[in-house]
Structure formats: C-alpha cells, structure tokens
Design a protein around this ligand. Structure first.
Ligand code: SAH
Length: 244
C-alpha cells in the first residue's frame, strides 16, 4: 500500500491541534458525514490529561507493558501519560502537524508514519489504539490486513489494546429490533470529512465495530480477542493477542 502522509493544507485536525497548542484555544473542528448531522469535535478533548480520561482509557494505560506503540497518537495525550509512568513509548501519526506538536509537548519518540505502510517496522509489546482506535482500520474488509500488520509489529506475547463502540443503539427501535438494511454495508462503517476554518480534509472511512464482529475477524487471523471492560455507552476496550 502506498504511504499516506497528510499535507498540512489538507489536515484540519492537525491545524486545530497546532492552534490549540500554540494559543490554548482553537476554532471549530467540524465533522461531516453522510450518515449523520453535522457535528463538532472539541479540540480540547485531544489534549485531555490523564485525570480527564474516561475509565476505559485508564484501564488501557494500566494494561500497557514493555515497548508501547501509540497509533494515531494525535496530540499525544496517552504517550505523555505513559512516559510519566516511565514507559518506553513510540507515537505515530500520519499528520506531520500533530507529530510536531507531540515533539514540542515532550513526546520523546514521535514519528510521522502510517500504520499500514510496510516501511514502518518495529517490535512492540503493546500496540495502543484509543479514541475509537478501530477507526484507523477504516473498513471491515481491511481487518485481515490489520491483523497481518499486527503480526509483524508485535513481539512474542504482545498485545493490542483497542477501544471501539457498537453503534447498533443508533439503529435500534424501542423493542430492540434493528432498523437497518441488511443488504447495506456493516452499520459501523462510517464516512467522515473534517473542516477547520478554511481547511478541508479528504473524506475517510472510519470503522466502529461491535466486539463479536471484532472477535470473529481476530479468530480468522489467529488472534484471540478479550473484552477487557465495557463503558457506559456501548463502548468497550478489547485486548487482542496472537494465539500460539
Ligand atoms: N489517539 C488520539 C487521537 C485520535 S484521532 C487520542 O485518543 O486523542 C485519530 C488520529 O489517528 C489522527 O491524529 C489521525 O491523523 C491518525 N491516523 C489516522 N489514520 C492513521 C494511520 N493509518 N496511521 C497512523 N495514524 C493515523
């Protein structure tokens, strides 16, 4: 697969992260999706301190061990929290603007890299993917590719810690019946596009996956999926590890 790096003029989230880092505030980071009404992402959330993180993320940080790869690290909140705990962390992101902010915030090893780019290699005991970390996989059909990458990047006995949500509640009626077209694609496959000030990003696929579906794909690729913890709103933290 070709290497994917975001150009600054095509990177609304990176621009918002840079503004917030430099001035302590940012404009509206707008999120568009054909599936939903226009929404907004609070930029301050990307700068959350450990105390401000939800409990699923605390659980994930507590479970990190050995060399950690923080994938899609954004403004580096988890990498910084892990460094404070004395962990050995590498943060990667496809946004050079975000990586620059991470370095300026004190993330010791932050690099511009695409998780799916084969030239990015390494050996990690923990691969951390948080804030709907499954989103980076993009589409269900990319799950086998994702697990192939994990096989290459994980040390013996290594683990992936990933959070996601089951979006079925959006499509369920009061009786719990699913109001979705079964011939349509999987209900957690969303399309997004972001805008910050005049900077518009390219549309991208973002995957929300229910635990059973994730576990099914894991099994097919020789991984075990454990449901570590469930949040308050259909969200959960999973641990994926290669079967011997
Ligand atoms: N994990 C962070 C940020 C989440 S936003 C947090 O919890 O605050 C998702 C981030 O993933 C963005 O910064 C985006 O640039 C990055 N990203 C998207 N696709 C990626 C890929 N293929 N490889 C690495 N990073 C990616």
């Amino acid at each position: 697969m070709e290497k994917r790096v975001l150009e600054s003029e095509n990177d609304p989230m990176g621009q918002a992260i840079r503004d917030y880092h430099e001035t302590g505030r940012a404009g509206r980071l707008r999120v568009f999706s054909p599936q939903f009404e226009e929404d907004e992402m609070p930029v301050a959330t990307l700068f959350r301190t450990e105390a401000e993180m939800p409990s699923l993320e605390h659980r994930a940080l507590d479970l990190c061990r050995g060399r950690v790869l923080d994938v899609g690290a954004g403004a580096g909140c988890h990498s910084l929290a892990l460094q404070e705990r004395g962990a050995d962390v590498t943060a990667i992101d496809i946004s050079p603007l975000s990586v620059d902010v991470m370095l300026r915030r004190g993330v010791k090893d932050a690099r511009v890299a695409d998780l799916f780019d084969e030239s990015f290699a390494g050996c990690y005991d923990t691969v951390l993917m948080l804030m709907n970390g499954s989103g980076i996989v993009g589409r269900l059909e990319r799950m086998p590719l994702f697990f192939r990458r994990m096989k290459l990047l994980l040390a013996q006995g290594g683990q992936v810690l990933m959070d996601s949500s089951d979006l079925r509640y959006i499509y369920e009626d009061e009786d719990g019946a699913m109001d979705i077209d079964l011939n349509a694609r999987y209900y957690g496959e969303l399309d997004f596009r972001m805008q910050y000030k005049k900077v518009k990003g390219a549309p991208f696929g973002w995957l929300y996956v229910d635990f059973d579906t994730l576990a099914g794909y894991a099994r097919e690729s020789g991984f075990r999926a454990e449901l570590v913890a469930e949040g308050e709103h259909y969200d959960y933290l999973a641990r994926l590890s290669a079967l011997k």
